[in-house]
Design a protein around this ligand. Structure first.
Ligand code: 13P
Ligand code: SF4
Length: 305
């Protein structure tokens, strides 16, 4: 990493009282220069806790939006305004409203990978780390609509024994990982523990030992005595896993599981972002206030460590 660029970032951070948050799928050089890395839940909590005035969010749009909703007094910057999440775009607010009309008594749980407008029409928001706890906390006599990720929804339904009304959304990065990939990796490394993200398909999860959010993968491998892990999620995740546990071997389930949107953030774009205070994430008050109710519940109902 170029020392001059790092120094420039530090000076800009000092000048603006800024902090850099990075998701676990970010390019490794971005993770290495960030002040804090984590999964969607960790980063949302960090965005609330930090006393910085400016948050440079190295991730995708819905993550920066969530930070801005939780902390409206802070300036939240996304270094590339086109870093979106196709999964989050798979349901519109209008589509959710139509679904609510069909099931008028149902509670709505939305995955954090959704737009602010969808969150504003939801009762609860969750991440992959606490979907099970959120669903479990809901009254047993209420139907539950779960949007937009069908695979996380099925995982939460299976774990809680609740019947969820699902939306057919999916993450194009995680569905690329196939049952064959897992079978081949297991045949090659029979001693390895398979960790899969809940956004993976059901056959992949059925073949896995652990189903974990990215932050939970780090916690799990930190405690595990195993020396080899097959990792069924976006390949950026290998960097923090190896960094935390250099003795162990981490094998990607598929080299094709790369999120192009997560890779849009670059060191140069972080510098431009801090120089020009762009791209500021702002939301109309009526959406922000409603969405905040669902997101507040997301950061209150936490998984056990
Ligand atoms: P995590 O919250 O587990 O990091 O997942 C975020 C995400 O976008 C998965 O594709
Ligand atoms: Fe969205 Fe999938 Fe990329 Fe995560 S990995 S940000 S769910 S497209």
């Amino acid at each position: 990493m170029n020392e001059q660029l790092l120094e420039k970032i530090q000076n800009l951070k000092d000048a603006h009282n800024a902090v850099i948050l990075a998701h676990n799928y970010q390019p490794s050089e971005i993770q290495d220069l960030a002040d804090f890395c984590g999964d969607s839940l960790d980063l949302s909590i960090k965005a609330v806790q930090t006393d910085a005035d400016v948050i440079v969010f190295c991730g995708v749009q819905f993550m920066a939006e969530t930070a801005a909703i939780l902390s409206p007094q802070k300036t939240v910057l996304l270094p590339d305004k086109f870093a979106g999440c196709p999964l989050a775009d798979m349901i519109t607010a209008e589509q959710l409203s139509q679904m609510k009309q069909k099931y008028p008594d149902a509670l709505v749980v939305c995955y954090v990978n959704s737009s602010a407008e969808v969150k504003a029409r939801s009762d609860y928001c969750c991440t992959s780390a606490n979907a099970v706890e959120i669903v479990n906390s809901l009254p047993k006599d209420r139907q539950i609509i779960f949007v937009p990720d069908q695979h996380l929804g099925r995982f939460a339904a299976q774990k809680t024994g609740r019947e969820l009304i699902l939306w057919p959304g999916y993450c194009h990065v995680h569905v690329v990982i196939t049952e064959e990939d897992i079978k081949n990796a297991k045949a090659k490394y029979p001693d390895a523990i398979v960790m899969a993200h809940p956004e993976c398909t059901e056959p992949v999860k059925d073949l896995s030992d652990e189903i974990l959010s990215t932050g939970q993968m780090l916690k799990f491998t930190e405690k595990s005595t195993a020396k080899r892990f097959i990792v069924a999620t976006e390949t950026g995740m290998l960097h923090p896993l190896k960094k935390q546990n250099p003795e162990a071997e981490f094998i990607p389930a598929s080299d094709r599981a790369i999120c192009p949107n997560m890779k849009k953030i670059t060191v140069e774009k972080i510098i431009w972002s801090l120089e020009d205070m762009q791209y500021k994430i702002t939301l109309p008050d009526q959406i922000r206030i409603k969405a905040k109710k669902a997101i507040d519940r997301m950061v209150e109902i936490l998984p056990e460590d």
